[in-house]
Design a protein around this ligand. Structure first.
Ligand code: HQG
Length: 179
C-alpha cells in the first residue's frame, strides 16, 4: 500500500470517527465506539483495498489516532461531535506545547486556548510535534508553552490520548507563554 493511499484512508477514518459518522453510514455510541467491521467495510469499499490493509492502517497509526477494543473502534482524540471519553488517569508531563498560527495569538492571549470546532483543546508532548501541528495552520507557526503542572495543581484535567496528544477543556492565558 503506498503512502498516499494510507494517508487518504487514515483521513477518511479520522473524519468518519471524529466528525461525520452519519455521512459514512456509521452509528457511534456515546463514548464514540462503533463496530470495527462496519468501519473496515466502508473504507475497504471506498478505496478498493482489502480488509487487512484497513486494519493495518488502524493498528499501526503513527499518532495512535484509533483505539481498538475487541470488535469496536473509536478515534482517540480530535472529535468535533460530542463523545464521552474517559478522563484522566494518565501521567502528564510538567510542560506541554501547542503550535498555532501567528494570526491567532492576539485572541489566544486574551481568552486562552479554546477548543474552537473540536470538543477539546489539543496539546503536544514535544516542541517538534507542536511545530507539526502548527504547520497545518501557518508556514511559520508560533509555539506556546503550557504550564501543565500548575494546571493540574489548580484542578484542570489533562488527559493523554493516542501516543503523544493531551487534551483539556480550556487553557486560560495565565498558563501560557511564548517560546
Ligand atoms: C486555535 C491534528 C483564536 C488553535 C493535530 C488552533 C492535533 C484559537 C485552531 C489535533 C483560540 C484550532 C488538533 C483562540 C485556540 N482564538 N484561535 N482563543 N484557541 N485557537 O485543528 O490543535 O493529525 O481544531 O491554536 O495534529 O491545531 O488530525 O486544533 O490553531 O493533534 O490526528 O484554533 O488534530 O491531529 O485548530 O489540532 P484545530 P489543533 P491529526
Amino acid at each position: 500500500l503506498d503512502g498516499s493511499t494510507r494517508r487518504q484512508v487514515s483521513k477518511f477514518l479520522s473524519g468518519a470517527l471524529r466528525h461525520f459518522p452519519d455521512d459514512a453510514g456509521l452509528a457511534l455510541d456515546e463514548a464514540g465506539w462503533t463496530a470495527l467491521d462496519s468501519v473496515v467495510d466502508r473504507a475497504s469499499e471506498k478505496y478498493g483495498i482489502d480488509r487487512e490493509a484497513v486494519i493495518g492502517i488502524i493498528q499501526t497509526d503513527p499518532k495512535g489516532r484509533f483505539e481498538v477494543d475487541d470488535d469496536r473502534v473509536r478515534a482517540a482524540y480530535g472529535h468535533s461531535i460530542t463523545v464521552d471519553l474517559d478522563a484522566g488517569g494518565t501521567p502528564v508531563p510538567e510542560t506541554l506545547y501547542h503550535g498555532t498560527s501567528p494570526d491567532a495569538l492576539a485572541s489566544i492571549r486574551e481568552s486562552g486556548l479554546k477548543p474552537m470546532n473540536r470538543q477539546y483543546v489539543h496539546l503536544s508532548e514535544s516542541v517538534g510535534d507542536a511545530r507539526d501541528v502548527g504547520s497545518r495552520h501557518a508556514a511559520e507557526p508560533v509555539i506556546l508553552q503550557i504550564d501543565a503542572a500548575t494546571m493540574g495543581d489548580d484542578g484542570h484535567t489533562i488527559t493523554k490520548r493516542g501516543k503523544s496528544v493531551y487534551t483539556t477543556d480550556h487553557v486560560p492565558p495565565r498558563y501560557l507563554s511564548e517560546r
